[in-house]
Design a protein. Structure first.
Length: 380
């Protein structure tokens, strides 16, 4: 039976970066990906800042589709635009991103296997036996980077239904994101358009208890003629990080650890850094001969406060009806939009939100929220 010091289940960005860091630290590593290709199926919207992708150690020129100049945020009754040029937001070719991470992992010694699914994991006193569709193997550390499917087995509270299509349509500009809030059609979330070029992009919806395919068809039909050339249906996680990232020598990272943003379910940077910190923690534990490891404090020092604020924003969003959302958007002062555009960080949403929803608009926001709660009272 072949043996490795580290086995990684899942060949997405978090698993591959964990493999890269563990292998770079001297560990023998194997990555087990159940699909036939690294980077497929592509569930992700592919948005990240240039600074974020560089922090992950990736080369943006090889994986960048386009730059985003502005974001259009709309509700059924109002909306506003935010300039995104200064934040250097890019749309990635997500397949190319994952393949680049796989190449980096392989170059430092990791082995990557595709069409190799994990069937069971058995633990004894000193190691794990991992049974896969490609045979059994033994490892000292097991990294679970299998995505949302792993977390759903433990908790469904933070799960939303979603659909995302690759679309050709004349109504998709190459440099503008659209985020459309509608509490009736997409409760607890929104619809989105992420361009990947002129007249093409990723269009999706998510929400609690919705038929995502039907909601997405309605959204696209309202925009105009279009052709969907690829369809992906997948649950997304917006419930925040799980309680524990490490259980003995089992390490959880990425979507499986709840490291996707509660506001958008995006996770290239937050999950990627989770993988990096997990891989480094294992390498350091092995070098020190110490079985104890926990990378959660390091991850929380980077993202903990941000996630707390995003979870608060999520709880607020889930309570708002369309009228309150429209009044909230209408209360945003233009000067605050400019301030958020010039000083915001795409990978950390809460700072921009606090600027946009500033002190001067607090009274109007409070009025909108109070009206929302009164309507909920009489509707209940």
């Amino acid at each position: 039976m072949p043996g490795f010091q580290v086995a990684v289940a899942g060949g997405s960005i978090s698993g591959l970066l964990a493999a890269r860091e563990a292998a770079a630290g001297g560990a023998s590593v194997v990555v087990l990906e159940e699909d036939a290709e690294i980077g497929t199926p592509e569930h992700c919207g592919g948005l990240v800042s240039m600074e974020g992708i560089k922090n992950l150690g990736m080369v943006p020129d090889a994986i960048e589709n386009d730059r985003i100049k502005k974001a259009r945020i709309v509700s059924p009754s109002s909306g506003f635009e935010v300039n995104a040029e200064r934040q250097k937001v890019i749309v990635l070719d997500r397949r190319a991103l994952d393949k680049q991470a796989a190449l980096q992992a392989q170059r430092v010694g990791a082995e990557v296997r595709v069409k190799c699914s994990v069937r069971s994991i058995q633990r004894d006193d000193t190691s794990y036996v991992v049974k896969t569709s490609d045979g059994d193997l033994r490892c000292d550390y097991f990294i679970d980077a299998r995505g949302v499917a792993s977390i759903i087995n433990r908790n469904r509270e933070g799960v939303l239904s979603s659909a995302q299509y690759e679309v050709f349509a004349p109504w998709i500009p190459r440099d503008t994101i659209e985020v459309a809030f509608d509490s009736e059609k997409y409760p607890g979330f929104f619809a989105w358009i992420i361009p990947t070029g002129e007249g093409r992009g990723k269009v999706g919806v998510a929400g609690k208890g919705i038929n995502a395919a039907s909601a997405l068809k309605s959204y696209m039909d309202s925009k105009g003629p279009h052709s969907a050339v690829r369809k992906v249906y997948a649950p997304i996680w917006v419930g925040g990080p799980v309680d524990r990232f490490v259980d003995g020598r089992t390490v959880i990272t990425g979507d499986a650890a709840g490291q996707t943003k509660p506001t958008t379910a995006g996770g290239i940077y937050t999950c990627g850094m989770g993988g990096i910190l997990a891989g480094r923690a294992i390498a350091q534990a092995m070098a020190a001969g110490d079985e104890r490891l926990d990378y959660k404090p390091a991850w929380e020092s980077m993202f903990g406060q941000e996630f707390e604020k995003m979870l608060l924003a999520r709880r607020l969003l889930e309570r708002l009806d369309n009228r309150a959302i429209g009044e909230l958007f209408a209360s945003v002062p233009p000067e605050k939009l400019e301030e958020a555009s010039s000083t915001g960080d795409f990978d950390f949403h809460s700072a921009a939100l606090s600027k946009v929803l500033g002190v001067k608009s607090a009274a109007r926001m409070a009025k909108a929220l109070l009206g929302n709660e009164i309507r909920r009272l009489f509707d209940s």
